[in-house]
Design a protein around this ligand. Structure first.
Ligand code: F3S
Length: 392
């Protein structure tokens, strides 16, 4: 990959350790993937925040970086391993909390916005159509590419951090127009209404198309469900961009004749739902993967009120600090807390829930994939309404 004189200078260490390491990471990626050059980006979203997932090695890496650099573009963080203010009531141990705070402090020193969420697009980090960015959380990557029309590859934690320090990313993959075309049509014959329908659809499609770009026909769902669809496809496959006919910004130019076509009916959706469940029992119900919007939390509150009773175990609603603050300001959070814990900054997958629970229920297709593998959980997958009905 071509490097300018200025970039060569950084690679030679003339701007310090962190900038040099960052340039090494981006130059290597550029060489591996055949990028022609580095391009400027407008924002970063950085994964690799929870102490559970990055451990002491990750903490050391970030701390070293924080000694000699500050970020050049707007940068936000993925969820950490606990609610930064309410970690005790989650059952998090003090030692874990101490390490987690050290990680956040190191990111903060670099000038990163430490609001930890996988839905940065709901709280102000919302790129415009056509902007180049370097985001790493797979569900956020999918939303940014597909729903906002911004351009990002599915970055790793270190590469998005490197991009935030340099304000650049290698020009390959989904930064190039030619790679943003659909490769397969998904003709949705089933009725897709609930979050579990969406999760099951995403899980099925991701598992059969891998990393191809799909083009959905006959799919009418709202923005909250679109974020869920993208998350689910990114978890069962590695889909980083999808188009929905009549809905997403690039759909009109995304399709060529003669591409593969797959029909998804009721049978496939039911089959997918069965695969995502490994237990009927539940000790904990979690929603908010990706992090809940204000509207989703309000919908959950309506369901709790309709059910009108206490539940037999914990319910976690995961969201961003911004959304939680907003819900506190309007009194909704206080109402929700009569039934469930409203948690900010974290989620059911990156928190150490395996130290507290063994059986978790969720309405998220993405969480249902990761809870068994990353959190040793038996999972019940279903709609919040049906889950809380049985939680007695
Ligand atoms: Fe977000 Fe955690 Fe799910 S980071 S997309 S809530 S696994």
């Amino acid at each position: 990959m071509y490097l300018s004189k200025e970039e060569e200078r950084i690679l030679n260490g003339e701007e310090g350790y962190a900038a040099q390491k960052s340039m090494e990471i981006l130059a290597s990626l550029g060489d591996i993937y055949g990028a022609d050059k580095l391009i400027s980006i407008s924002s970063c979203q950085i994964a690799g925040v929870s102490y559970k997932t990055i451990g002491d090695a990750g903490l050391f890496f970030i701390s070293e970086f924080s000694k000699s650099s500050r970020v050049k573009v707007k940068s936000t963080l993925n969820p950490m391993g606990m609610d930064s203010l309410g970690w005790q009531r989650m059952g998090i141990k003090e030692e874990f909390a101490k390490k987690q705070h050290e990680i956040i402090d190191a990111y903060f020193k670099m000038g990163i916005d430490c609001s930890c969420t996988c839905t940065p697009y709901l709280i102000g980090n919302r790129p415009n159509c056509g902007e180049h960015i370097a985001w790493s959380e797979s569900s956020a990557v999918s939303f940014a590419n597909s729903i906002l029309g911004a351009k990002t590859n599915r970055e790793g934690g270190p590469s998005s951090l490197a991009s935030s320090i340099l304000g650049k990313t290698p020009n390959y993959g989904l930064h190039l127009e030619r790679n943003r075309k659909a490769k397969v049509i998904i003709d949705v014959k089933a009725k897709i209404k609930s979050f579990s329908d969406v999760g099951a659809l995403g899980n099925y499609v991701g598992s059969i198309i891998g990393s191809k770009v799909p083009y959905f026909k006959n799919l009418e769902i709202n923005s909250d469900k679109l974020k869920s669809l993208g998350a689910s496809m990114a978890a069962s496959g590695s889909v980083a961009l999808y188009h929905v006919e009549g809905l997403t910004p690039e759909y009109a130019k995304a399709i060529d004749d003669d591409i593969e076509k797959i029909e998804v009916g009721k049978e496939e959706i039911e089959e997918s739902k069965c695969k995502l469940s490994s237990s009927d029992d539940m000790e904990l119900i979690c929603i908010g993967c990706p992090h809940c919007s204000i509207g989703e939390v309000k919908e959950a509150l309506e369901l709790f009120k309709k059910e009108g009773r206490k539940f037999k175990g914990d319910i976690w609603i995961c969201t961003s600090r911004y959304v939680k603050n907003e819900l506190e300001r309007t009194g909704v959070a206080q109402e929700i807390e009569k039934y469930a814990k409203l948690l900010a900054d974290t989620c059911m997958v990156v928190a150490p829930i395996e130290e507290m629970y063994e059986k978790t229920a969720t309405n998220s297709g993405k969480a249902a994939v990761y809870l068994p593998s990353l959190c040793k959980q038996k999972v019940r997958f279903g709609d919040l309404e049906s889950l809380i009905k049985d939680f007695k």
